[in-house]
Ligand binder design. Structure first.
Ligand SMILES: [Cu+2]
Length: 723
């Protein structure tokens, strides 16, 4: 992992990931640039990072070669970046947080395209559609990003690029690819992937496919097997690109299938998730400016029920189905007005449609005789427009100022409980109230951003950003309605066992963020860098919860879980992230040794009731030592997470203890092959991740409620071949 520095280098990589970073249009020479693939050398002598216009962290392919052996969960891998955490979920579906902001509050784009949620538990978040084996690079923006990066979010961004198009030199042909396979001892995980490109100088075809599966993992120390942590996933995609005199055309389509994925901190498991997508993109560079046009479509069918650990489906279980489709068009135009000024204008339309219903269970008093209609054909349409002016006042000083408007229209149809029996009365009353209300909503959201970058010397840079950003509620936040103990507990992506009720009265969240970074470094020698990045975010109408009551058990006693409703509150987030690199050794004979240190301290506070906010990371830090010499590379990591004592009392959030995990890895590369062997959690430490949630799979089976235990020691092996 590196944090990018040096504008030429940053711009070059931005062209490779142009899809992901709309704010930085590629120079007219992008067609040639597009033939470059990301550097693949393990022991590349690239200078250490330092000073970029927007502070970004990049997890590139060499880093993924090391991290991908440990996890198939991209959401877990991005937590390497200072300021990034992740809610625990299924083994493929961790939900990242950036500086305390989660889910729809942050922008997650896969090949430049957002992926809408299709589950009341967020079981299929955008990063679950990516496999670390086939990702080319991940960029993470933790600080303020310009409004041209997208709308309807208030926090940072995670930008995943799978395979960028590659072309051959004129008159030549190109066949290249990467094949890989891995095994993980803890959970008996295994999988494999193939990415292959065939191209000449103007046509390029890339196939990408991956498979991963795992059984339940074992916790560290005395924590035995953790129920409902198994999974399997398959992805296939085909990407076609044509480089013509009129510009670069791309067409990408794919299919994704998860036949099963256990969720240790949810009542339900994912029993089937099928999704297919098609994305078209055009990029052209003209005398008057650059054009970038993307259109995308995705269709997802999602099913939940119980896997074996939660009782299986022999008696029918509890089927819950979600169907969505979403489509979008995005046009961005970049106009160079002068040597100093660039104007960017853009427009975006996004359409989201969602149906969520729970079929009846034969013979069940609770779950019948009709289908429970949770969401009936809800729509969320958004029209976004932006205008942004970038001025390069000198080689050292750049300003980017933008304004943006998003019009959001939402609506949904009438709902229905399972039936009208006495046991279903809470839901009967709630459905009547919901159906009597007007469901149409319209939000007029204005955003703005100002970014300043000043790099007076090669050893020093300052970044300062201010943004006001606005996010409308999601379909699930606005339109879920069930108030029964069971129906409400089916809603929520927090892994805490509580019941959640939507709220038709929700207003959009309005966030004001000031973030800065000061970066010191010796760019010339590339020997060290240090970045200190403080931030403060105030969110008016922050969508948190209020407590409606306690959920009770069969005997009418409080169960320890609460019935909560989404509600507009007020919140503040503040903290500081530190990242430092140093090259300790750099010689042909003795090899290269790089030390990387990251640390994050952060607080989230509910200003309405002065309690801590839910799911905020305690202080955490990591140290990595990377050694490489010739064909050999090695790595030692130490991750430390402090006690979590600031917990949200409204949600009965558990405290977690401090822990430190040690990892070791070695890799050997020859003739395009690479063999990587590593051990994660070397000392088999028993621990609970602070955002891991409650182990409901174990609770159902044993009656003992504990935080989800973290993964115990695992020996991981990956063999890959680049050709
Ligand atoms: Cu689900």
């Amino acid at each position: 992992m590196s944090h990018e520095t040096g504008r030429p280098r940053a711009l070059r990589s931005l062209c490779l990931i142009g899809a992901a970073l709309p704010a930085f249009p590629c120079p007219p020479a992008f067609a040639q640039e597009a033939t470059r693939l990301p550097d693949v050398d393990i022991a590349s002598d690239a200078p250490l990072p330092g000073l970029a216009a927007t502070a970004r962290d990049r997890i590139d392919r060499p880093a993924l070669d090391q991290l991908g052996a440990q996890s198939s969960d991209t959401g877990r891998i991005v937590t390497r970046v200072a300021g990034v955490g992740a809610y625990g979920a299924g083994g493929l579906s961790s939900l990242p947080t950036i500086r305390g902001l989660d889910n729809q509050r942050i922008s997650i784009l896969v090949d430049g395209v957002p992926i809408d949620i299709a589950c009341p538990n967020n079981m299929n978040p955008p990063l679950s559609y990516t496999d670390p084996q086939t990702i080319a690079a991940i960029d993470v923006v933790t600080g303020v990003s310009p409004v041209s990066h997208g709308g309807d979010t208030i926090g940072g961004a995670i930008l995943v690029e799978t395979a960028p198009p590659a072309f051959a030199k004129a008159g030549e042909a190109l066949v290249r690819g990467r094949a890989s396979t891995f095994y993980r001892s803890n959970g008996d995980g295994f999988g494999g992937a193939l990415t292959m490109t065939a191209a000449n100088d103007h046509l390029s075809l890339t196939y990408s496919g991956a498979y991963s599966q795992s059984g339940n993992y074992r916790g560290g120390g005395d924590d035995d097997a953790v129920r409902a942590t198994n999974y399997a996933r398959t992805d296939h995609s085909l990407a076609f690109a044509a480089q013509t005199g009129a510009g670069l055309f791309e067409l990408r389509g794919g299919f994704h299938h998860v036949p099963y994925e256990g969720f240790p901190n949810q009542y339900m498991d994912m029993t089937d998730n099928r999704s297919w997508f098609l994305t078209g993109r055009y990029r052209g560079a003209f005398d008057w400016g650059d054009v970038d046009l993307t259109a995308d479509y995705r269709d997802t069918d999602h099913e939940m029920n119980f896997l074996a650990d939660k009782g299986g489906t022999a008696d029918g279980g509890m089927p819950m189905n979600t169907e969505t489709h979403s489509a979008g068009v995005l046009l961005r135009i970049s106009l160079p007005l002068s040597a100093r000024d660039t104007l960017r204008v853009g427009g975006e339309f996004r359409h989201e449609w969602l149906n969520d219903y729970w079929p009846p269970v034969a013979g069940s008093m609770m779950m019948g005789p009709d289908s429970f209609i949770n969401i009936n054909g809800a729509k969320k349409d958004r029209l976004g427009t932006f205008l942004e002016w970038q001025a390069d006042w000198s080689a050292a000083f750049t300003t980017t100022i933008g304004v943006r408007n998003d019009q959001v229209w939402m609506n949904t149809g009438a709902v229905r409980p399972y039936g009208t029996g006495m046991m279903q009365m809470d839901d009967v009353m709630a459905a009547m109230a919901f159906n009597a209300a007007d469901h149409r909503r319209h939000d007029d959201n204005w955003s703005g951003s100002v970014l300043l970058h000043y790099g007076p010397t090669a050893r020093l840079a300052f970044d300062l950003g201010y943004a006001r950003k606005v996010r409308s509620p999601t379909i699930y936040e606005r339109y879920t309605w069930g108030r029964g103990a069971m129906a409400s507990r089916m809603i929520g992506w927090f892994g805490d066992g509580n019941g959640y009720v939507g709220n038709l009265a929700l207003d959009p969240e309005r966030a004001d963020t000031v973030s800065g970074a000061v970066t010191f470094g010796s760019r010339a020698a590339g020997d060290w860098s240090l970045r200190i990045a403080p931030y403060y975010t105030h969110v008016a109408d922050y969508i948190d919860v209020v407590k409606l009551g306690d959920l009770t058990d069969m005997m009418g006693m409080p169960s320890g879980f609460a019935l909560l409703q989404f509600a507009n509150r007020e919140a503040a987030f503040y903290g500081v992230d530190v990242t430092a690199n140093a090259r300790l050794l750099n010689s042909r004979t003795s090899g290269m040794l790089i030390a990387t240190v990251t640390g994050s301290w952060q607080h989230g506070r509910n200003l309405a009731d002065h309690d801590p906010l839910y799911h905020q990371m305690p202080f955490n830090a990591s140290l990595a030592l990377d050694y490489s010499r010739g064909r050999l590379d090695g790595r030692v990591t130490l991750d430390y997470v402090a006690d979590r004592t600031r917990v949200d009392p409204t949600r009965n959030e558990p405290r977690t203890g401090r822990y430190a995990l040690v990892g070791l890895g070695v890799g050997y590369g020859w003739r395009g092959f690479r063999l990587g062997v590593d051990v994660s959690n070397l000392f088999d430490k028993g621990y609970a991740s602070p955002l891991g949630g409650l182990s409901l799979g174990d609770y159902g089976a044993t009656g003992l409620l504990r935080p989800v235990p973290g993964r115990g020691r695992s020996l991981n092996v990956e063999l890959s071949r680049r050709f």
